[in-house]
Ligand binder design. Sequence first.
Ligand code: NAD
Length: 486
Amino acid sequence: MTVKTETSKCLNYINGRWVASDSDELITVTNPANTDDVVGRIQKSTRDDLDQAVSAAKAAKKEWKTLAGADRGKFLYKTADIIESRLDEIAECMTREMGKTFPEAKGETARGVAILRYYAGEGMRKEGDVIPSTDKDALMFTKRAPLGVVGVITPWNFPVAIPMWKTAPALIYGNTVVLKPASEAAVTCAKLFECFAEAGLPAGVVNMVSGPGSVIGQGIAEHADVNGITFTGSNQVGKKIGQTALARGAKYQLEMGGKNPVIVASDADIDLAVDATISGGLRSTGQKCTATSRVIVQSDVYDEFKEKLVAKVKEITIGDGLKNGIWMGPSASESQLNTVLSYIEKGKQEGTLLCGGNRLSGEEYDKGYFVEPTVFEDITSNATIAQEEIFGPVLALMKVESLEEAIELANDVEFGLSASIFTSNIQKMLSFISDMDAGLVRINAESAGVELQAPFGGMKQSSSHSREQGEAAKEFFTSIKTVFVK
Ligand code: NAD
């Protein structure tokens, strides 16, 4: 029987049951647009809770992996249908919990549904190759084996899409899952697990344990019975998880930060480049790992681009993302707001402020974490705000003479997640595709677009050099077995 989580108190989901943590302690989650609004209370779980979840996942893995892929797929299709039927409710919860606007939250929830359906179909696709043996009497082929128990650790900025793009492939390839959501997104995540529960997945196949990262996240990384760990979040945390997993020989995958450039070449469609820079840099309040941050513009179009950009940024409507007509919501938390404000202060020392630069105040804003969309110019490549991930609505303009200089500047960061260029010249497009060190290179399109059927991940410090989504997910969530039959 499905026991639903109460709106005000979310339980852990372990071994097919909703259970309270042994700690008897809760973490309160408030709305970043209005901190008087309590979105929910989540379990402040302990290592004992985690142990129970891992034991349940371990016990369930044998039966789950022996199901036909198509039968595992049926559970994913069913979960997708249930999420779809609750789309508005889940999206509203997401907006209240971490602040992105309701239309964006709906789009993301629909993305979660599409991800589930994509991977449900994967259960009926080929899992190996037949390779000719040098022995004429032998049959040689490859097949895929699941890792076993997969630990999933997720951030708050995509509360539906990221849990889904990790959990759905983990399940379809025959793994069982223990997921730890970010506390700032755990109420929304509990709703996803209500949908898994209602779809009737066997007990122990999916488990969710909320709580502090240093306890539950680190506990997953250390746990001897967790065979693979997939993490999305900051570089600081990711690297620690990677070291812990490596030390005990577990497979791991890290998707981390970005500092994504857009290049506006002299032959660009300027209006298109302005709109894409705003959308890529400021949607979701700049809280996307693929958000545009460094805006590198060739000098002959610099003034036109700057004027049009600043005029449009000033028109952005800011407020509670549940209200009609709001384009940008608040920062997701007080600590996120403070980080953004401190980078803005740094930017005022490092360059020239063109617009924004303040926390918003007044009746509509006083109880939330609202900051103005902010644009700087005269920023050099080595400036802090040009090098470090801000995760807020801040753009830094840089002027260059040539395309070569632009690409050199675009590459002059430790990250390599996403990058885009605006140009109508095929030669410039090809140079950019070839010379840009980023996992995602986009031409005449914003840096923040990701499609679920294509590989996603970063170069350099942005990832552990693995890829998620599309067919690439198979590489992480399975091991290849080479079979020789004589
Ligand atoms: P975070 O690293 O603070 O937290 C991510 C997750 O790790 C959370 O669930 C958190 O509770 C947990 N965690 C925290 N401390 C831990 C510890 N010591 N051990 C184990 N787990 C721990 O990141 P965040 O603030 O939630 O998310 C923002 C970051 O995520 C940004 O850097 C952003 O670029 C990145 N991100 C990357 C991608 C990508 O695909 N590359 C996508 C979205 C977000």
